[in-house]
Design a binder for this molecule. Sequence first.
Ligand code: 5GP
Length: 124
Amino acid sequence: MTTAIYDDENIFAKILRGDIPCNKVLENDHALAFEDINPQAPVHVLVIPKGAYVSNDDFTANASEAEIAGFFRAVGHVARELGVAEPGYRLIANTGTHGGQEVPHFHVHICAGRLLGRMIAHPD
Ligand code: 5GP
């Protein structure tokens, strides 16, 4: 089973504890959604689970069925509440070093509000 050491001092842990503020979009038993501080699209919202999971790898290996279902239902709910289910949006879950993950608390980006173009920009 995947093991990962969770850092309680990561920025999203501080947001969950209310130690630092966020522009909250939705909160329920399983998830907190808030606006990204550095938006990459007209709509850019982060959804994080309430539990202490480092990444998608950690979450999908170690979270309960209820946590996983509750979290992903919340992601869809947030997108609908934001009004972006149509014409659509992109979910991104950067995972680990090669995935470009900067904050070590599992999160999904919801990006929307314009045509988002190519999925991955190639360096060459
Ligand atoms: P990652 O690269 O880990 O997938 O994405 C982390 C995201 O967290 C980035 O898009 C970044 O702008 C956002 N972020 C970093 N620090 C803060 C913060 O203090 N507040 C908010 N709302 N977003 C943050």
